[in-house]
Design a protein around this ligand. Sequence first.
Ligand code: SAM
Length: 295
Amino acid sequence: MSIDSTWLRCPNCFHDLEPITDRVLGCSLGHRFDLAKHGAVTLLPPKAPRTVGDDRHMLEARAGLLESGAYAPIVDALVASVRGSIARGDDDAPPPIGSSADADVVGTQSDLRIADLGCGTGYYAHGLAAAVESGSVLLADRSPTAVRMAMRAVPGSTGVVLDLWRPLPLRDVSADVAINVFAPRNPPEFARIVRTGGLLLIVVPTADHFIELRRLGAALDVPEGKAELVTTQFSAVGFTPLQTTRVEYRLTTDVGIRELLVDMGPAAHHRSDGGTSHGDLAVTVSIDVVAFARA
Ligand SMILES: C[S@@+](CC[C@H](N)C(=O)[O-])C[C@H]1O[C@@H](n2cnc3c(N)ncnc32)[C@H](O)[C@@H]1O
């Protein structure tokens, strides 16, 4: 099995999980969790309210869209952020990445432990793992289908089905880098798992994201000021804001791409025509990458 149990704690009692056999993880209090055939483990807390992740239709649409390269500039921005934090070393502002008293920080490390929280198809984790030297990659999502797809995209990764709204079955200070791309956020839990000096990258849409599709009634509104809200929420739990990078470009879309854009998101549940009645259409992609260091 390709699971790195050093990421994991028990969702029931929060003791560390260790391999019991090659197909079973367990904690010292006797809680046991079977690995699925493809190697992922489901670690949901007891009596959790039922949350659902993306369904197969949405995930396949997302995979098709991402494979087209439509969001390649976003993965490039994530890679640049991580590389920047490595390159920054101990000289440049902003601190504290690479500049704390702790020598073992992102700024000096090459075998990063990378967690993708709300990984979807694993597109961004794959891009990061290919671009920087990663020691261990954790892929976490509520959707078992997503985790399975993501594990295929990132061979050797650790896949966990979990609920980001709940206390996470992940150990304290287990991540050097955590990414969260268009996915639910849990500030106190992210603060617990990213180690001091570690890097957190949150990707949120701006109010202009997909604005042309919204005018056609084929995308949901994005409230103004998401990046500012995220900055406030994460600053309050011990993250130091580093920078917010706007990634904005126009994507020429044909009907097929527009259908994928609509189908991969929540608007898929109440879509109108998905903009399908028009020919080629330039659609604005506008997102912020909000970068934090764990103080
Ligand atoms: C918009 S998708 C983004 C996926 C991926 N980060 C990407 O950008 O391609 C949101 C992801 O969050 C997952 N998700 C939704 N609710 C969740 C929850 N409560 N816990 C964990 N994951 C959740 C969905 O299954 C989905 O994969």
